[in-house]
Design a protein around this ligand. Structure first.
Ligand SMILES: Nc1ncnc2c1ncn2[C@@H]1O[C@H](COP(=O)(O)OP(=O)(O)OP(=O)(O)O)[C@@H](O)[C@H]1O
Length: 592
């Protein structure tokens, strides 16, 4: 059975949809399932494969992103009559601030592209724009993969985004963390043993074998080192082996050795057939040796785009040769910063880069021509057949178009909730002190509430007080979880654009917060709600005695109940404050 579809063969027939290709590959994998171990086992050793990875070529042209500044917010911070300073020249008089200005570039699989620049130059914004984390309405320009426009839905499936901060559960081990990620992101159809195999392969790929059984840790618990933690974080996002990987400053906060190891891991991921794009502050000399393409930004504009090897040539042609034995990137960043402080800013360098790019254009054209020979669909299907994109093969409408036919999420909602719920419980179980503190806080709150609402009677006032308690308890529950609500809302917003996992990973913190306090308060609230409702029901005949009387006279209840209700009605009318609150029918309407 032919596992990898021949591109030549595919081209001579009608052009299949991506769904058909994925289905074909899935069928081939199913047929071969018994004959050979699942492809995920081979991911850690791409070199062992005889076939070369299918080439991917990501190109972005004239990416421009601007935001409208809120003048009301700025009225205290700046003098509106003052002219913009050199650092603010990207802000137009109409309040539009250009964060990315006509950025173009290209990246291909097997390579790492790094975005460099001073703080505030737009590195994270560019990574976000490429990772489809920016509103399409405000982002101009095109992004193509192997010549096809990269649709959001397809990008969600074939890419991953690693955030700058590590959101990991402190009391889970490295292996458990990756296993939960596998259960969340890999399809249900993949057996547990294959998920475990994928996790083991990933642990080797990330160089985490020695730390596999160590807990992640936090301020109160010793755990893995900072570099290992960052690698675990990357691992949770690449469990499905994406084709494109975006990382926002993966080396920030790490010492040079740990940073080097992280980038080394990224190089290994790239060599397994992925495009890796990351932002980085000041890479060391050794890290520079691992990078293949660089983009230097200054105030949202490209000041250099090319390989690290071309840097000396570029700057010597610009008239600022890089001294020998000097770190090239450090020199370039220092020079850019110096230029930014001059009256003309980096305009000269931006213009020089444009002419330099045109001069070197033939080189780029050659790269494109000698590069990908496969169409996007062929390249993706061949990539999947080699073990990439583990979750991308799950389901899909084979008759649909290329983007609609790819399953967006690996698992249904309830499985995702079950996985993150189990993970939160495992983590909480291992932190009894935290559990105790939260439970204690709930009990103390309950105790205080109990003293306020102790001994409620059955009068209408009592009913009202119960309702008051209900409102109070619900708002207490709300404020207990309010701390995590901004993150939750933000993630719900991003959820539309980024992979589901990141969203859930954050929102699972809400769950973790709520999981202890919610049940207790909800139980309390529910109990009081039921009793209050019961009291309310008991008062209904008194409040609405007219329809009740009619109902009683129609024979809606037996005589025993009728007479007892009538007695209650009568007594209430004699001495109850209800008379003040609810207009009741005249006494003559009561049949005694
Ligand atoms: N919504 C926004 N409105 C106005 N300005 C913004 C907005 N978002 C980002 N910026 C500005 O855009 C610029 C680029 O931000 P970005 O986060 O991309 O910088 P960066 O190069 O990644 O910086 P750092 O290395 O410090 O993370 C900054 O000056 C920032 O203040």
């Amino acid at each position: 059975m032919e596992l990898v579809p021949s591109p030549l063969k595919t081209r001579t027939h009608h052009s299949p949809t991506l769904g058909e290709l994925l289905k074909r590959v899935e069928d081939a994998q199913n047929d071969n399932n018994n004959a050979q171990p699942h492809h995920v086992l081979h991911l850690s050793s791409p070199s062992s494969s005889n076939t070369l990875p299918p080439p991917f070529f990501l190109s972005f042209t004239n990416l421009t992103y601007s935001v409208k500044l809120n003048r009301k917010l700025n009225c205290f911070s700046s003098n509106q009559n003052s002219l913009p300073t050199d650092q603010e020249t990207e802000t137009k008089p109409n309040g539009i601030k250009i964060l990315l200005n006509n950025i173009s570039g290209e990246a291909r699989d097997g390579e790492i592209m790094a975005v460099l620049g001073a703080s505030g130059s737009g590195k994270s914004t560019l990574i976000d724009a490429l990772a489809d984390r920016i509103s399409k309405d405000s982002l101009k320009g095109t992004k193509t993969l192997n010549g096809d426009v990269l649709e959001s839905s397809l990008q969600k499936v074939i890419s991953a985004y690693v955030m700058q901060d590590d959101l990991l559960f402190p009391m889970l081990t490295v292996e458990e963390t990756l296993m939960f990620s596998a259960e969340f992101r890999l399809p249900r159809s993949l057996s547990k043993s294959k998920k475990k195999a994928r996790v083991q392969a990933l642990i080797d790929q990330l160089g985490l074998r020695n730390a596999a059984s160590t807990v992640i840790g936090d301020e109160g618990h010793r755990g893995v080192s900072g570099g290992e933690r960052r690698r675990v974080s990357i691992g949770t996002d690449i469990i499905h082996d994406p084709i494109i990987l975006f990382l926002d400053e993966p080396t920030s906060g790490l010492d040079s050795t740990s940073a080097y190891m992280v980038v080394k891991v990224l190089q290994r991921i790239a060599q397994s057939g992925s495009i890796v794009m990351m932002s980085v502050h000041q890479p060391s000399y050794r890290i520079l040796g691992l990078l293949d393409r660089l983009i230097f930004l200054s105030h949202g504009q490209t000041v250099y785009s090319g390989s690290p090897a071309s840097l000396p040539n570029f700057f010597s042609e610009f008239g600022h040769p890089i001294p020998e034995n000097e770190n090239r990137t450090e020199f370039a960043l220092d020079l850019i910063r110096e230029l930014e402080e001059t009256p003309g800013g980096t305009k000269g360098l931006v213009e020089f880069n444009k002419t330099w790019q045109l001069k070197n254009q033939p080189l780029t054209v050659n790269v494109v021509n000698n590069g990908p020979k496969l169409s996007l669909k062929d390249a993706i299907s061949a990539s999947i057949s080699r073990g990439k994109l583990v979750s991308g093969t799950n389901g899909g409408n084979v008759n649909g178009n290329s983007t609609a036919s790819v399953a967006t999420f690996a698992n249904p909602f309830w499985i995702e909730m079950a996985v993150i719920g189990k993970r939160s419980l495992t983590n909480s179980r291992r932190m009894p002190e935290l559990f105790g503190i939260r439970l204690g806080a709930v009990l103390v709150t309950g105790g205080i509430l109990a003293t306020i609402f102790y001994h409620l009677d059955d009068s209408p006032k009592g009913v009202q007080e119960r309702l008051g308690f209900f409102a109070f308890a619900m708002s207490t529950t709300f404020y207990t979880c309010a701390e995590a609500i901004p993150v939750f809302l933000q993630e719900r917003y991003i959820f539309m654009r980024e992979t589901a996992y990141n969203a859930y990973r954050r929102s699972s913190y809400v769950l973790a917060h709520s999981i202890i306090s919610l049940p207790a308060l909800v139980f309390l609230s529910f109990t009081f709600a039921v009793t209050t409702f019961w009291e309310f029901l008991r008062d209904v005949p008194l409040r609405y005695s007219l329809p009740c009387d009619a109902w009683l006279h129609r024979g809606g209840c037996d005589n025993g109940l009728l007479s007892s209700l009538q007695r209650i009605l009568h007594q209430q009318r004699q001495n109850s404050t209800l008379l003040d609150m609810v207009p009741l029918p005249l006494t003559s309407e009561v049949p005694f």
